[in-house]
Design a protein around this ligand. Structure first.
Ligand code: FAD
Length: 492
């Protein structure tokens, strides 16, 4: 949208039969599910993208702000109905720990400052270590405390481990453990309470479909069902792509496909320096997800988003990230979207979307034999959240395992949230938006800076478009991207 809006001729190739990738829909027998994202946070970057091409996100989609934004049920006891209304939230948290409830306004105020300080970094490319070691970045250190884990950071505010978890489990949006995730990511729960959690009517996939409509209006051809088979090179410079229909020449190639998967399959190993197959294999990858999409009879009068946090949450995370085994008491997330959006299911029915974070592909788990027992286990967990007799009400069902993500994405090791977001794989150490190993190749999406999750992948689109427009000799101001430029003093 941004490139086409700036007058660049663009052509989009999509390997599947619909747009959206992880943010696409599954439609079957009158039921409609989001394949991946269901929490839409912080619409600002996407609003800016629509505005850049003269469109209004809030006209193209209908965003419903949820209250409660989710319900948290702790296996270790107790539950929190998480409202964006801070006073209601404080009442909920006070049931666990009155001092923790009192600390919430301080948490919000300090994270407001943290986000304001860090936002320019999320909006700018990191092309080398020089962009990291700037006076501004060094001034950020006391506020960001990168040496702290998210859990340790939350310990500055909250004593009850369940309350800490209520503000930390969001690290799973990045596929990371709160015990390892850098403290910076306390801005995730802050963003939810500050700006809200939204459900786009039709699901998050409705956003992708709105973008498809806008692209149609901008005259951008979208080739569905036409995978790119290879990127063509003259030396290190990309000259176009090859699909089953032939060769398409291009001044530049923007790769949105899963980074590691795309490199391994589309770019010859010998052309890569920093991101060779061998180095890719050594990187750290996020967790994966086991998914159940259930079209059921009846509707459960439970909140839109429900999260069950395992009795031994730390053990559950350890199983996922270190032991690479399936847990006995897995945490699960359940979306009961029809309470907000009844059009997602036929009359008298509803959709139940279940996500269990699990290890990415690993020899310890053979999904050919593990799928059925784990499905049973996950169905059993549903009753803990109050979803009654689900198994007897199922009319349609689809299961997705890490093997499926790996095969159909294709997503490297089925790691649905890309390369881990640890300090060694962030900022200039993440594959760069103007891809450093090749010429005329640009990256966008969860594999590049700033990282995974919808708000930041949309931010990556803004960063990458700005760099590409500059390289094409066009002014980023054509689509308002010059406003992203980081002031000189920020760059030091
Ligand atoms: C189960 C799940 C739940 C999630 N929940 C949330 C959430 O609630 N909120 C949130 O913000 N984020 C969430 N995320 C993360 C979010 O989905 C991702 O960060 C984001 O969708 C990644 O977008 P992307 O553009 O990088 O990749 P993708 O969406 O995967 O896009 C890559 C595209 O490239 C296509 N492609 C691949 N190879 C080729 C090829 N050779 N030729 C042509 N096309 C190709 C793919 O088909 C796909 O359309 C979730 C992710 C998952 C998997």
């Amino acid at each position: 949208m941004l490139l086409a809006g700036a007058g660049v001729p663009v052509r989009v190739f999509e390997r599947h039969d619909r747009v959206g990738g992880r943010t696409s829909a599954i439609e079957t027998a009158g039921f409609r599910f989001d394949l991946g994202p269901t929490f839409f946070l912080y619409p600002q970057p996407l609003r800016a993208i629509f505005a850049a091409v003269g469109r209004d996100l809030d006209h193209e989609t209908k965003l419903v702000k949820l209250d409660p934004q989710y319900r948290l049920l702790f296996g270790s006891g107790g539950e929190i109905s998480a409202s964006p209304n801070i006073e209601s939230l404080q009442r909920e948290v006070a049931r666990f720990s009155p001092p923790d409830a009192e600390a919430i306004p301080r948490f919000m105020a300090e994270n407001r400052t943290k986000l304001a300080l860090f936002k320019p970094c999320l909006e700018s490319p990191f092309s080398s270590w020089r962009d990291v070691v700037t006076p501004r970045m060094l001034r950020l250190l006391p506020a960001l405390r990168p040496w702290n884990s998210l859990d340790a950071e939350l310990g500055r505010y909250f004593r009850d481990p369940r309350v800490r978890l209520a503000f930390a489990f969001q690290s799973k949006y990045l596929g990371m453990s709160p015990y390892k995730c850098p403290s910076l990511f306390s801005i995730l729960s802050f963003l939810e309470y500050e700006h809200g959690v939204f459900h786009p009517i039709g699901g998050c996939s409705a956003i992708s479909e709105a973008m498809e409509r806008v692209l149609g209006d901008l005259g951008v051809p979208i080739h569905l069902n036409e995978p790119i088979e290879s990127i063509q090179f003259d030396g290190q410079r990309a000259t176009g792509v090859v699909t089953r229909s032939g060769h398409y020449s291009a001044r530049a190639v923007v790769v949105n496909a899963d980074f590691a998967g795309a490199m391994a399959s589309l770019v010859p190993d010998r052309l890569r320096r920093r991101w060779t197959d061998k180095k890719l294999a050594k990187k750290q990858y996020s967790c994966s997800t086991f998914m159940l999409y259930l079209g059921v009879e009846g509707r459960d009068e439970l909140p839109h988003h429900n999260i069950y946090l395992s009795t031994d949450y730390a053990g559950n995370i350890d199983d996922i990230e270190r032991k690479h085994v399936l847990s006995d008491d897995p945490s699960i997330y359940v979306q009961n979207a029809c309470v907000t959006d009844p059009g997602l299911a036929p009359e008298g029915c509803s959709t139940i979307y279940v996500l269990a974070p699990v290890t990415h592909q690993h020899p310890n788990v053979n999904w050919q034999t593990a799928t059925q027992p784990f499905r049973e286990k996950v169905l059993g967990q549903l009753s803990k959240l109050g979803f009654a007799d689900v198994e007897t009400r199922i009319k349609v069902e689809r299961v997705i395992t890490p093997d499926d993500w790996a095969r159909h994405g294709p997503i490297y090791r089925g790691a649905t949230f890309n390369l881990s977001h640890n300090l060694g794989q962030m900022l200039h150490l993440r594959p760069r938006n103007r891809f450093e190993d090749l010429e005329s190749v640009y990256l966008v999406g969860g594999g590049t800076h700033p990282g995974s999750g919808l708000p930041v992948i949309f931010e990556s689109a803004r960063i990458t478009s700005r760099l590409l427009l500059e390289d094409l000799g066009r002014s980023p101001s054509l689509v308002g991207l010059d406003t992203l430029a980081v002031p000189a003093e920020a760059r030091g």
